[in-house]
Design a protein around this ligand. Structure first.
Ligand SMILES: [Zn+2]
Length: 185
């Protein structure tokens, strides 16, 4: 698979948002934050935009994963019924629909499954400043098809290739916010 076909495949999977769903602007009509949002828009900013990467927001299902990440561990769900690991965490197994899981620490080692380089069009100031930056999928060694999405800190587009070995590292954004990233080994 060439880099070009990987780029194409990734573009195909991103759903188009324009013209779908309710109008986001209309939901803020009359809301007290609306004037603040307008001020930020005039300044080219959103209130939550900083020069940090966006912090992950945990929900009930993903909280154990993010707590593990803060402790320097990758903790994934393993289905009691079919024994497969899965990510992201879900209420029902994506393979057999089983609903009981254990949490299992995985090695953090894997290989590059796909990658691309974003050179323009980033909307968040952090990613605008970081452009061009790499993003891709990592297949973990524990199981075929077990994929996490990552940037590749310390690498350039020319450094990466499909199948290259990588290892997780934990990037601290703030005291409360840590994200897993994969680095070439
Ligand atoms: Zn299962």
């Amino acid at each position: 698979m060439t880099a070009h076909t990987v780029r194409h495949a990734i573009r195909q999977r991103v759903p188009r948002r324009r013209g779908t769903g309710p109008s986001r602007a209309s939901s803020f009509e009359g809301h007290p934050l609306r004037s603040r949002l307008r001020d930020c828009r005039d300044e080219g900013l959103r209130p939550d935009m900083t020069l940090h990467p966006p912090a992950p927001v945990a929900d009930e299902l993903s909280a154990p994963f993010w707590e593990g990440v803060k402790a320097g561990k990758l903790l994934l769900q393993r289905c009691f019924q079919c024994r497969r690991l899965q990510f992201p965490p879900t209420a029902a197994c994506t393979h057999c629909s089983g609903g009981e899981f254990s949490l299992e620490r995985v090695s953090g080692r894997g290989t590059v499954f796909s990658f691309t380089e974003t050179v323009s069009g980033a909307r968040h100031p952090y990613f605008q400043a970081a452009s061009p930056y790499l993003v891709g999928e990592v297949e973990l060694d524990e199981q075929e098809g077990l994929i996490l999405v990552s940037n590749f800190p310390g690498s350039t587009y020319a450094d990466l290739r499909i199948g290259a070995p990588v290892e997780v590292e934990f990037q601290t954004i703030t005291e409360e916010s840590v994200i897993p990233q994969f680095r070439l080994v």
